[in-house]
Design a protein around this ligand. Structure first.
Ligand code: ADP
Length: 850
């Protein structure tokens, strides 16, 4: 390679080269982009040199030299030589290289094929260089071997010098623009409002955030002042703060309010004087919206105030269990101040028996669990232990990691006490209910039980349940129907075997008062009672006796004060029986006493009834004997009496005229006496017959028909006395006809016999009354004194002498016997001397009347 100087400069060539150079300079000044610079350079090279082809290559940022502009070069060629350069980037002192014939240059032998196919025979390398070293290169290509003349090289170098400067200037300019664009992007994309104002307050720069917030455009703001954009009051504040920053000569942070669509927003604005070339050109502001932050702060403060004023204790602790915050509620609940508590392990609040649970709760919280409404105990500063309900939740940091626990504790001591009281009341209520039920059972159960054995067992069972004893016993005295007294016992809550081996309780210091009826005896612990263990042989409970500590006993007394027995209750624990049990048991004992009295009375009544039945039977048998005696006596008497009467009549007939008047009287007396005797015996027989119930069930008879037959039989006396009758409707009755006839005959016979001055007037009627047929037979006769109304029904009872009215006093007695045999009754309804009489007969009604 060698540099060949141009032999001489022709004037014309010189001129056209100057023109081209001038044009290049003009293009370079106008060039907007680097490409324009390169294009101008190629154009200029082709115009000023003899080369028909040219290219320009520069180093990129990665250090590789690449084609930037070219003329008439194939793609293949460009690719093949890209990156090839005789100079490194930044190399200094680079000189042009002229290759007059590529085929002869050994250093390029590797590219010969390439050159040949591209039609290149000669090359010129011209470095593009500044003070900073090589930037790139110009290439001139010749299709024939070419010795580059010096003037051609000079002009090419001159072009290279200009292009290098222009390229660098353009690059710097591009770099500056790029930096500015980046800055603008940063400013525009900043969440903060950024602006620059000149001394007069006119906006020189505003970022996009500013446009967004104030819903305006850069153009609408630039060149305008705050007064033109914002309300006067806001603008005034802005201007004041701008002035402050300017006069301070250093950055100033101020809080400002700016109106936005959704109201006033708070900003923290950093304002500072903006200098350019050592001169203040205005004020720059960077304002950050702190509205949300302020809202959060306010919310936090509000929350903190709530926490602080909460009645509940709110505590935060870290994962090691150390207290990190402590509110007023905690101070009030536990008695420690925040200062005392913060930093302490939360376990210092645990009641000693609950230490472990703190670790367990913390382990749950670490695992992200919540513990809610957990009831536990805590120790206050003053040492008292309180009931609290706690809820523990994990505290997470912004990334969601658990960093601690918050505990809300509420004092539930009062609630617990109330619950306990409630439970106690419930138990008491249940007890009272049970007692009431048992007491309700006592009265009716005892009152209805007449079987003494069952009664005693029921009393023992109820009383044992009432006092809540483990076992109860009722020892009571019994008197049998022979009047012998002995002691029995019933048990409850324990088997009979448990007592079988022991003797009956004796009149010891402990049992004595009960058996003497000295009232209820109660002991919380009988083994500690002064009366206990005083009596040999056991001096206390015999071996094998059920253990008794609590003891309750009461006598059961009869109404007349007699001790009927004693109720005894035992419990193996001390202090089981109370005053309430005492009064309950006294009540039961009183009821038991009455019930036992009743049962005994019932027993006695039963015995009396048996006795009465026995004597009634005896009486019936005696009566039967008596009646059969009377019957047979009167029957047997008839025969000798008839003989006496006959003989007397014979004597009277045969010798009456021969007798003196006194003897004749005797004889007459014998005759009348024997007649009377005959009548008496007949009546007596009639009476005894009346006691014999006729054979078979009574038929239904028509009372009216029976009456008429009876009147027929009495016809003679009726006519004799001129008696009149008034007979009402008479029903059918279930009586044997002969008996009914006997009744009518006796009663109407008496009405005719005991008549007054007037002829007899006799009324017969009947009425139905409450299931009875009541016959009434009344007359207008002499009447009967009221005081004899019962007596007249007794046998042989008469109110008159035989001289006045004959009769034997058996008629009404027979009537009563007959009526009673049919289950009926006869009585004197009304009568008074001289006022007539009314007799009534009631017989069970015969429903089937005809
Ligand atoms: P008796 O007529 O044979 O005396 P009763 O037994 O028939 O016996 O009567 C008892 C007594 O009752 C009579 O003696 C008479 O005094 C009195 N008595 C009975 N019926 C009447 C009557 N209808 N009016 C007045 N007194 C009567």
């Amino acid at each position: 390679m060698s540099v060949v100087a141009h032999p001489r400069w022709s004037g014309e060539l010189q001129l056209s080269r100057l023109e081209a150079l001038y044009e290049l300079l003009a293009s370079l000044t106008q060039a907007e982009a680097l490409e324009d610079v390169y294009e101008a350079a190629i154009k200029s090279l082709l115009a000023t040199t003899s080369a028909k082809r040219a290219s320009i290559l520069t180093f990129d940022d990665d250090g590789v030299i690449r084609f930037k502009a070219w003329h008439d070069l194939s793609e293949r060629y460009r690719q093949a030589v890209t990156g090839h350069t005789p100079w490194q980037r930044g190399a200094r002192g680079a000189e042009p290289i002229l290759v007059s014939d590529v085929l002869k240059d050994e250093s390029l032998s590797a590219y010969r094929g390439l050159f040949t196919s591209e039609g290149i025979r000669a090359l010129v390398f011209i470095p593009l260089a500044l003070d900073s070293g090589v930037l790139g290169k110009f290439m001139l290509y010749y299709s024939e071997p070419h010795e580059c003349p010096a003037d051609e090289l000079q002009i090419a170098q001159a072009i290279a010098a200009h292009v290098a400067i222009a390229t660098e200037r353009k690059r710097v300019e591009i770099e500056r623009m790029r930096t500015e664009a980046r800055l603008q992007a940063v400013i525009d994309n900043s969440p903060a409002v950024i602006f620059v104002k000149d001394h007069a307050g006119r906006y020189l720069l505003v970022n996009r955030r500013c446009e967004e917030l104030f819903q305006t455009s850069q153009r609408a703001m630039l060149g305008h002042t705050d007064d033109e954009i914002f309300p006067a009051e806001v603008a005034k504040r802005f201007r004041e703060n701008d002035q402050l920053a300017l006069s301070a000569g250093k950055p100033l942070a101020v809080e400002e309010l700016a109106p936005q669509e959704d109201g006033l927003h708070s900003y923290i604005s950093l304002k500072f004087p903006l200098e350019e070339h050592g001169k203040t050109i205005g004020v720059c502001g960077i304002a950050t919206d702190i509205t949300e932050q302020k809202r959060l702060e306010a919310a936090n403060r509000h929350l903190a105030a709530i926490v602080e004023s909460s009645h509940d204790a709110i505590i935060a602790e870290d994962l090691d269990g150390l207290i990190t915050s402590w509110n007023g509620g905690a101070e009030r609940l536990y008695g420690y101040s925040a200062q005392e508590a913060i930093g302490e392990p939360v376990s210092f609040l645990a009641a000693s028996e609950r230490l472990n649970e703190m670790h367990e709760i913390l382990a749950k919280v670490r695992a992200g669990e919540r513990v809610q409404h957990y009831e536990t105990k805590r120790r206050r500063k003053d040492g008292t232990v309180i009931d609290v309900s706690i809820s523990v939740s994990p505290i997470r940091d912004a990334s969601g990691e658990i960093v601690g626990a918050s505990t809300i504790a509420r004092d539930i001591t009062d609630q617990k006490q109330a619950q306990a009281k409630h439970a106690q009341l419930l138990v008491r209520e249940q007890e009272a209910r049970k007692t009431a039920e048992l007491l309700n059972r006592v009265g009716p159960a005892l009152a209805s039980l007449l079987d003494l054995e069952k009664l005693v067992q029921e009393v023992t069972d109820i009383a044992t349940a009432l006092v809540g004893a483990e076992f109860g016993a009722f020892f009571h005295n019994v008197v049998n129907d022979k009047g012998e007294s002995y002691m029995l016992y019933s048990l409850s809550g324990v088997s009979r075997e448990a007592f079988a081996g022991f003797p009956m309780p004796r009149n010891t210091c402990v049992f004595g008062p009960t058996f003497r009826g000295e009232g209820v005896m109660r002991s919380d612990d009988i083994t500690k009672d002064s009366r206990y263990g005083k009596n040999p042989p056991y001096n206390g409970m015999p071996k094998g006796h059920l253990p008794v500590r609590s003891y309750l006993a009461t006598p059961v007394m009869s109404r007349n004060g007699e001790v009927l027995g004693g109720l005894f209750f035992g419990h193996s624990q001390a202090g089981r029986f109370t005053e309430i049990h005492e009064s309950l048991i006294a009540g039961v004992a009183a009821q038991a006493g009455i019930a036992m009295d009743n049962a005994r009375l019932f027993q006695q009544t039963k015995w009396a009834e048996i006795e009465m039945r026995r004597s009634n039977e005896e009486l019936r048998l005696v009566n039967q004997d008596l009646e059969s005696f009377a019957y047979s006596a009167s029957h047997d008497l008839q025969e000798p009496l008839r003989t006496v009467s006959l003989c007397a009549q014979m004597l009277e007939r045969n010798i009456a005229n021969e007798l003196n008047s006194e003897d004749a009287n005797f004889l007459t007396t014998i005759v009348t006496a024997s007649d009377r005797m005959t009548n008496l015996i007949e009546d007596l027989l009639a009476y005894t017959r009346a006691t014999k119930y006729p054979e078979g069930p009574p038929p239904t008879v028509d009372a009216r028909a029976v009456l008429e037959t009876t009147l027929q039989a009495l016809q003679g006396r009726i006519q004799e006395t001129a008696a009149t009758f008034d007979v009402g409707l008479l029903p059918a009755v279930a009586v044997h006809e002969a008996r009914l006839s006997q009744l009518f005959q006796n009663l109407i016979g008496n009405a005719l016999k005991y008549r007054g001055q007037e002829p007899p007037h006799i009324c017969v009627s009947a009425a139905e009354r409450d299931g009875w047929t009541v016959f009434s037979i009344s007359d207008n006769g002499i009447g009967i004194d009221k005081e004899f109304s019962e007596q007249i029904f007794e046998i042989f009872k008469r109110l008159h002498s035989r001289e006045e009215y004959e009769g034997s006093g058996v008629g009404l007695a027979i009537c009563r016997r007959i009526v009673e045999q049919y289950g009926g009754r006869i009585w004197l309804e009304k009568s008074a001397p001289g006022q007539g009489s009314e007799f009534c007969i009631a017989l069970p009604s015969k429903r089937t009347l005809n």
